[in-house]
Design a protein around this ligand. Sequence first.
Ligand code: DON
Length: 585
Amino acid sequence: MSTISLGLSARSGLIVLGAALGAACRTSNTAATLPNQKVTFPSEWRFKPGDQGTFAPTSMVASNSSLASAAGDEIIRAGGNAVDAAVATGFALAVTFPFAGNLGGGGYMVIRMADGRAAAVDYREIAPLAASRDMYIGPDGKLTNESVIGYKASGVPGAVAGMTAALAKFGTKPLRDVLQPAIRLADEGFVVDSVLFASLRGSREYISRFDGKAVFYPNDEPLQPGTRLRQPALARTLRLIAERGPDAFYKGEVGDSLVAGMQRGGGIITKEDLARYKPEWREPIASTYRGYRLFTMPPSSSGGVTITETLNILETYDSLPPFGTAAYAHVLASAYQRAFIDRNSKLGDPAFVQVPLDKLTSKSYARELRKTIASDKATPTPQLERTITEGMHTTHYSVVDGGGNAVATTTTINNGYGSGVYLTGPGFFMNDEMDDFAAQPGKPNMFGLVQGEQNAIQPGKRMLSAMSPTIVVDPAGKLLLVVGAAGGPRIITATSQVVLNVIQHNMSLPDAMRAPRLHHQALPDTLRFETAGLTPAVTDSLRAMGWGVASVGSVANVNAVMRVNGGWVGVTEPRDRGPSRAVGH
Ligand code: DON
C-alpha cells in the first residue's frame, strides 16, 4: 500500500517537472497529412482509442525516462539540434534508466537532417578478441547461461563511441555541454519512482549476485520510491568523457577500470578490445511504402531489412484487409514469417558475412514471396524454410527539433540490467549481448530466435540485432514519424505495426501505439497476439486457417514522435505504467 502511494507521489513529481518545463500541453493530434480514421479495438482490449499524446509546437523527445527526455529538451532549448538532444538523452538514460540506458552496451542511430541528408551509426557491441565459436557450450554439449549472465556475457561496448561520433558529425554543441544534464543527474541524483523500484525489485536476485547490490539494494532492499539515487562513480566517468572525449573510455582511465573490473570476475574483454572498437557509419536502408519513404537501420541490425521486406510484401496487395480482422492478421503474420526466415538465415555482421541486401529489400523479391502466401491458409515455417532458405533490455528514443531534423536511436544492454554485472569503478552495468549471436547455430537463443551460421560467434564480429530505429517521410517529402522499440525480435514487428497503423490504417499516433500488436518470428511457428488484442472469433478463424495462435502479455516497448497540425505529438509506450515520458516545447 505504502509502495503504491509513494510511487504515485514520485510519479506526480515527474508530472510537475514536465509542466514546469512547459512540456505536456495536450491538443489535437491529427496528423498533418493523414485523415484521422475512426478506429475500433476489440471490446476486451486494455486500451480505448482516442487518447491525445503529448503535444508541443516546436520539438519533441520521447524516451523511456521523462528526466532523460527533459535532458534532450534542455539541450534543444539551449540552441542544440536533434542530434545534440539525442546524445544528451542517451547519456541521461544511462543515469536515470539503468535497466536499459547504458554506457556498457551499444545501439543504432538513424539520423535524417532537414536538408535531406540521412545517415546511420552502428555502435553495436563486438565480440571480444578472446571470444570463440563454442565458448557457451558446456562439456555436456549443451548451452550454458554464460551468454546471458555474468562477466563472460558482454560484448565490447559501443555506446560512448557511437554517441560521440554522431555528435561530432551532425551535432552543433560540444560534448561537454550535452553531457551536462547526465552529469548533473548522476551527481545530484534523482528521485526513484515506482517504475525503477519495481524493476529493481524484479531483478534483485540477478543484480545481487554481482557488485550492484551495494548501490541499488542498500540494506538488502531495492531503492525505495521517493529516495534519491546519486551515482558518484558514474558522474566521474561522465566527467572524464566530457573532458577527454571517447578516448577516456576506450584508451584511458574508464577503460582501464572497466577491464580490471571485468577481469576480476573472469571476463575476457581486454584493453586491446576497447582500443580497437570503432563505430561504423552506414547508409540507412531507404525504402518506400505506398509513397512514404522510410529510413531504417541496415545490418549489423536485422531491423531495417526485416521491416522493409515485410512492408514490401504487404505493398504487393492493392489494399489490405481492415485492422483487427483475421484476414489482416493472416497477411501480416505471413509477411513477418517470410521476412524472419530470411533474417534468421541470411543476416549477420556485413564485415564477416555477405548479406544479399539489395535482393532482400527489393520489390521484385517481395513479389516472389507474395506468391507463397495462400489467401486462406497458413504455411508452416519448416515448409517455407525449404522454399526460401538457400543453403529484456533495450530502450528506444525519438527526437525532432524545430528545424525538422530527426533522430531515431535504439540502444541496449540486452536483458534488463544487462549481464547483471555492475562495475563499481566506472559505475555502470555491462551488457549480455553475446547471447544475440547464435551460440549454437540452429538452437534458440534467449528470445527463441533460431539463427544460422552467418551469426555464429567470431572475434571482432557484431552480433545480429533486431533494433529498428526508423524515420518515415511523407509523400510530400516532409518528416512524418520517428519510431523504434525495445523487445528483442518483437522490436521489428511492433515498430512496423506502428508505421502501418499510421500510414495504412490512418490512425493517430496515440491510437497507433495503443492498438493491439501481433508477432511472428518464423520459429517458433506461432502467431502471437497481445491478450484480448484479437477477438475470439478472429483467433478461431486463424486456427481454422492453420495458424498456431497464442497470446502474450505485451509486444515490445515503442516510443515515437509524429508530425501533426501545428507541431509534434510524442507518445511513449502506453503498455508502461505512469504518465507520458515525452517532453517538448
Ligand atoms: O539487439 C537486439 O536485438 C536485442 N539485444 C534487443 C534486446 C531487447 O530489446 C530486450 N528488451 N526488451
